[in-house]
Ligand binder design. Structure first.
Ligand code: ACO
Length: 454
């Protein structure tokens, strides 16, 4: 049975701020956010929206659209780095949907490590499907996050949204498993973390985080290639019982490559880094690349402008073909944290539609700290329901309401001041919310969060 992605839903707030307006408001040079970071707009939450309400909406819409019987869901896992409670998982809030069906036999809790949580949730879920505990039912993985940064250079790299992914057998989008193609890189680094329990803002070293991210790509891609070669060797050896020269994995073997996208310029840098890795491996001379660059130690080139610019130059065309279309949702909504990579997946489906059928997609998931993985998806088919969901997302993005940076900044300040309040009823502006959407009604005198559908 091919377990994988059966359906996918994306929920985001109705309001956004324009990056062009932000450039003016922040008094930075024109183009810094729009050309420098390759961002167009940024989604942000109102006072009565939080990671729980975003997840409630994504799940509710997925279930309603796919008309799925809640008794047939046996697992529900969340990926987040925006928890609102240090004990109670966001997943437990979603159990309210299951009350009427009487189904409380639903495994899974929240997964936390920066932007990696949804990938951890996805891997747990796929492993469950192949485990002795699997009971034949569907699973849902939800990424839900609100990315907000203190005023300063990181603020334009915020964003928010929730993505719900339905997992099950005979899926149209599957994990390539013939050769166990998945490599990971985990380490103890301090590029981005949230040590202040009372603050939503991370402590972030922007330049270090970019280097850590590129280092994780190098390491994941190295072991990915090694595993690929090894597993191909085993397979062929068994059949032919002889030593053979095996084809190395390289980027020509994928149709698309998707990356965790904190901002789209990072994706440009990532693809260039992958191309640099291929170049180091294959020893071919490439016009425009100085052969002297081979003498540099790879792990000393993560911040090397000469290496970066050279490979950004030669990878421009392949970037257009294999990566660029995945940038759409990040450009419109900003960093979805745990959902970012899966927003890129939606973007590529949304842009390719039926043509995505048969395509092989390389996925790179990164969470600061560091947790990262590289794996392959294969699109066996692209059913109408997935295309419909993607088309609907495009329409909803067009209907959003633009908010001025002054008001956006005010809302962020209120959120920050009130987020730990008890006996708090946030302002509810129905005109700024989608119809039939869940929102936070109040945090009561005991700190209990109560949600309503408006
Ligand atoms: N017009 C066009 N481009 C411009 C302009 C302009 N007026 N001004 C600057 N730029 C370009 C720069 O040349 C640079 O491009 P390059 O990277 O291609 O050279 C880019 O815009 C960014 O400019 P910087 O001066 O480098 O930006 P700054 O230091 O102010 O901040 C940063 C960028 C570090 C990414 C910051 O936004 C940040 O800390 N973000 C959060 C951390 C993050 O997302 N890290 C990524 C991995 S970890 C994670 O996923 C959370």
């Amino acid at each position: 049975m091919d377990f994988g992605i059966i359906d996918i839903e994306f929920y985001f707030p109705k309001v956004y701020v324009s990056q062009t307006d932000l450039e003016e408001y922040d008094k930075v040079s024109k183009g810094k956010y729009t050309i420098g970071l390759l961002q167009t707009n940024m989604a942000f939450p109102l006072e009565n929206e939080d990671p729980v309400s975003l997840a409630l909406n994504a799940f509710d819409r997925l279930v309603e659209r796919s008309n799925i019987d809640l008794r047939t869901i046996g697992r529900l896992e969340i990926g987040t780095e925006s928890s609102v409670d240090r004990s109670k998982s966001i997943k437990t809030h979603l159990m309210k949907f299951f009350e009427e069906s009487g189904n409380n036999d639903v495994l899974g809790v929240d997964n936390i490590n920066a932007c990696y949580g949804a990938t951890a949730a996805l891997f747990n879920t796929i492993n469950w499907c192949h485990s002795p505990f699997y009971d034949g039912r569907y699973a849902v993985v939800i990424s839900t996050d609100i990315a907000i940064y203190e005023k300063g250079p990181a603020r334009p790299t915020g964003g928010c949204g929730a993505i719900a992914i339905l997992i099950g057998p005979n899926a149209p989008i599957v994990f390539e498993k013939d050769h166990g193609y998945c490599s990971s890189y985990f380490s103890n680094d301090w590029d981005f973390y949230k040590p202040k329990m009372s603050s939503s803002y991370p402590v972030v070293d922007g330049k270090l985080s970019i280097g850590c991210y590129l280092g994780a790509i190098d390491n994941c891609y190295d072991s990915f290639q090694q595993k690929f070669a090894l597993s191909n060797k085993k397979k062929t050896d068994k059949k032919e019982n002889k030593e053979t020269e095996y084809e190395k994995f390289n980027l020509s073997m994928v149709d698309f490559a998707l990356f965790h996208s904190p901002f789209n310029k990072m994706v440009v840098k990532s693809w260039a880094r992958m191309v640099y890795n291929d170049w180091l491996e294959n020893n071919q001379v490439v016009e425009g690349i100085d052969e002297e660059l081979r003498k540099k130690k790879k792990n000393e080139t993560r911040w090397d402008r000469n290496v970066e610019n050279s490979f950004r130059g030669v990878s421009k065309q392949s970037y257009k073909e294999k990566v660029e279309k995945s940038n759409y949702i990040c450009a419109q909504c900003g960093n979805l944290y745990t959902g970012s990579l899966y927003g890129s997946l939606i973007s590529i489906i949304l842009k390719e539609k039926k043509q995505i059928t048969g395509k092989r997609i390389l996925m790179f998931s990164y969470g600061s700290g560091i947790a990262s993985s590289m794996f392959l998806l294969k699109v066996k088919s692209c059913p109408e329901r997935i295309i419909q969901s993607c088309t609907n997302i495009e329409k909803m993005l067009e209907k959003r309401i633009k908010i001025q940076p002054e008001r956006y900044t005010e809302i962020l300040t209120i959120r920050d001041e009130k987020k730990n309040s008890f006996s708090y009823q946030p302002t509810c502006r129905k005109d700024l919310m989608w119809d039939n959407s869940w929102c936070l009604k109040e945090i009561n005198e005991k700190g209990k969060r109560i949600y309503q559908k408006i």
